[in-house]
Design a protein around this ligand. Structure first.
Ligand SMILES: Cc1cc2nc3c(=O)[nH]c(=O)nc-3n(C[C@H](O)[C@H](O)[C@H](O)COP(=O)(O)OP(=O)(O)OC[C@H]3O[C@@H](n4cnc5c(N)ncnc54)[C@H](O)[C@@H]3O)c2cc1C
Length: 276
């Protein structure tokens, strides 16, 4: 339970962080609530930690035109308690407040969670349903990655070597009617099943899951069932019937494949009922 030896560098800008990352085996440190446990288990053995937690430009939440921009090192707690988020994107506050416990929410960051890409992490479902975009910066410059293109598999994302998530951009119109519900693991609170639903600016309902499969995903099958329809008991049941069909479902000692699939359908029903 003791990590292997590493050096530590605190940086004050994204440019400094990118430079520091260029040395072999360096890793970014944000809240440390995913990285440090893996280092203690020696699943990860970086030779250098580059601490981005104090970069002022990466923290904070602001409204800019039609979107809300969340800095990558904003903690789950800062997001959950932010007034703009609470009034304009309540599903984001809901998702943030459901993460772990007070200590985890006070230290863990949205950027760290997205980069880590734990298949049971809550942020993934929320930002997928919201059609968010991630701003990313590396030695070759900046780029934007759609949330729907970001998650590539278990603990695997579209981030390239040395790239840093700098912010998450969320269209404000996406938040009008939305909900995030989850069946939490009783100790860690990670999602055994987490389901986010969002009625977007055009009135289409986006559905996203975390915890269900090795990679978070948008459920296009269930979304199709609802396309152009009014939400009522019949359409909610039809979407629930179609939910997670054809997906490869995780099975572990918390929940069998059959039980997880059942939960996914029940939680979609709950989420849709909350916005009907
Ligand atoms: C007891 C416990 C309970 C938890 N419960 C939940 C839960 O219920 N739901 C949930 O979703 N999560 C849960 N978590 C995880 C928690 O939310 C973590 O804080 C989060 O997953 C990682 O964020 P971090 O800031 O701590 O990242 P770190 O641990 O600092 O970093 C994680 C990884 O991301 C990389 N990284 C960090 N920031 C960036 C960035 N800006 N750009 C690119 N790469 C970056 C790091 O190099 C590292 O590889 C729990 C954790 C613990 C310890």
């Amino acid at each position: 339970m003791i990590p292997s030896t590493f050096t530590y560098q605190k940086v004050n800008s994204v440019e400094e962080a990118i430079k520091a990352l260029s040395s072999a085996d360096s890793k970014l440190l944000a809240g440390g609530h995913s990285l440090i446990p893996t280092m203690k288990l020696r699943l990860s053995q970086p030779s250098k930690l580059v601490d981005i937690g104090s970069i002022a430009g990466l923290r904070g939440i602001k409204e800019a035109g039609a979107e809300i921009i969340i800095g990558a090192v904003s903690t789950h707690q800062e997001i959950a308690s932010n007034k703009i988020i609470q009034s304009k994107l309540p599903v984001v506050a809901q998702g943030a407040a459901s993460i772990g416990d007070v200590q985890v929410r006070n230290k863990g960051t949205i950027g760290g969670s997205l980069a880590h890409a734990d298949p049971a992490a809550d942020w993934a479902a929320v930002i997928l349903a919201l059609d968010a975009t991630l701003a990313v910066q590396g030695s070759k410059g900046s780029r934007k990655v759609k949330a729907t293109d970001f998650f590539k598999g278990m603990f695997t994302t579209a981030l390239q070597e040395g790239e840093i998530i700098t912010a998450i951009h969320i269209p404000v119109a996406a938040g009008s009617k939305s909900a995030y519900v989850k069946f939490p693991q009783p100790a860690s609170r990670f999602a055994i099943v987490g389901c986010a639903v969002v009625k977007n600016g055009e009135g289409k309902i986006n559905i996203a899951y975390t915890g269900v499969s090795s990679c978070p995903f948008r459920d296009s099958g269930a979304e199709k069932v609802l396309a152009g329809k009014k939400l009522d008991a019949g359409t909610i049941q039809a979407a629930s019937n179609a939910a997670v069909e054809g997906m490869s479902i995780l099975e572990d000692h918390y929940a069998s494949e059959k039980y997880r699939k059942h939960l996914a359908k029940v939680y979609l029903k709950r989420a849709l009922s909350a916005i009907a």
